[in-house]
Design a protein around this ligand. Structure first.
Ligand SMILES: Nc1ncnc2c1ncn2[C@@H]1O[C@H](COP(=O)(O)OP(=O)(O)O)[C@@H](O)[C@H]1O
Ligand SMILES: [Mg+2]
Length: 255
């Protein structure tokens, strides 16, 4: 598989705060790539730069050869995005909302109807599609946002903390769906501050801390960074972010 997304030495500052600093990433097509880090570590900003919603101050971003800062519309055509807090049109029904999204992406109604029915069934929302989104719970809205992102079969999925608010069964379903899509070549970038999620879903993980990448590798490789073979990703994470000494050491190791 070729590379789907490349970030080269990308930085973004908001006033005094470096949201992202000197970040380079190479994300292979058909992989599930995790951005793991505590709140404020730059995960959402990184994703927003891939989408052309935020322009980097310096460095370059490429999504299947498209520079999102130059061509924000072109890049959105090939990406399905679920933001941290999806904003849906609350006074549409779920069916009306999904149809609106269908029109925006120019997908044929017939193709769409079968896909929507499948998804509604899988997420346990069959029969609820005629209700106003305003009356939906957070988890139900999250499912509709995920459906809207998946339904046009984008080449790249960008999911910002997608599993928070989902019940365990739906979270498992999303995981399975991502693995299935990966087999077809879909690339997924998923952010999370939950270590178990990154470990369970991702082929490769970059750990961000204060806007910088402090480690990158497969879940197994990241575990090797700590000296104890039985350590969990959580141990690694705490080691990496817990103390300046260890942070420097690991930075030297992964350079
Ligand atoms: N639009 C913005 N204006 C000002 N500061 C921002 C903005 N977006 C992000 N930041 C700051 O950048 C840092 C990284 O934020 P973010 O990318 O949202 O991190 P994460 O998603 O990992 O929680 C934080 O300190 C945040 O306050
Ligand atoms: Mg975030």
């Amino acid at each position: 598989m070729t590379n789907a997304i490349i970030l080269e030495n990308v930085s973004k500052r908001f006033d005094e705060v470096w949201a992202v600093r000197g970040l380079s990433l190479t994300i292979r097509g058909g992989s599930i790539f995790g951005l793991l880090g505590p709140n404020g570590s730059g995960k959402s900003t990184t994703m927003r730069m891939m989408l052309g919603l935020v322009k980097p101050d310096s460095g370059r971003v490429s999504v299947h050869g498209i520079d999102p800062a130059q061509n924000p519309v072109g890049v959105k055509r090939i990406i399905g995005y679920v933001p941290e807090t999806p904003r849906l049109y609350e006074y549409l029904t779920a069916a009306e909302y999904l149809d609106f999204i269908r029109e925006a992406y120019g997908v044929a109604p017939s193709v769409w109807r079968s896909r929507v029915a499948e998804f509604l069934e899988a997420f346990g929302l069959s029969g609820r599609e005629g209700e106003l989104l305003a009356g939906y719970s957070r988890g139900m809205k999250q499912k509709i946002a995920l459906m809207a992102a998946f339904l046009h079969r984008p080449r790249v999925l960008i999911l910002d903390e997608p599993l928070s608010g989902l019940d365990p069964k739906s979270a498992r379903l999303v995981k399975e769906m991502l693995h299935k899509l990966a087999l077809d070549g879909t690339t997924t970038i998923i952010s999370t501050h939950v270590l178990e999620i990154a470990e369970a879903i991702c082929d490769r993980i970059a750990i961000l801390y204060e806007g910088e990448k402090i480690a990158e590798g497969s879940p197994e490789e990241l575990k090797l960074l700590s000296e104890s073979p039985s350590s969990t990703l959580e141990d690694v994470f705490l080691k990496l972010t817990g103390s300046e000494d260890i942070r420097e050491l690991v930075e030297a190791l992964v350079r």
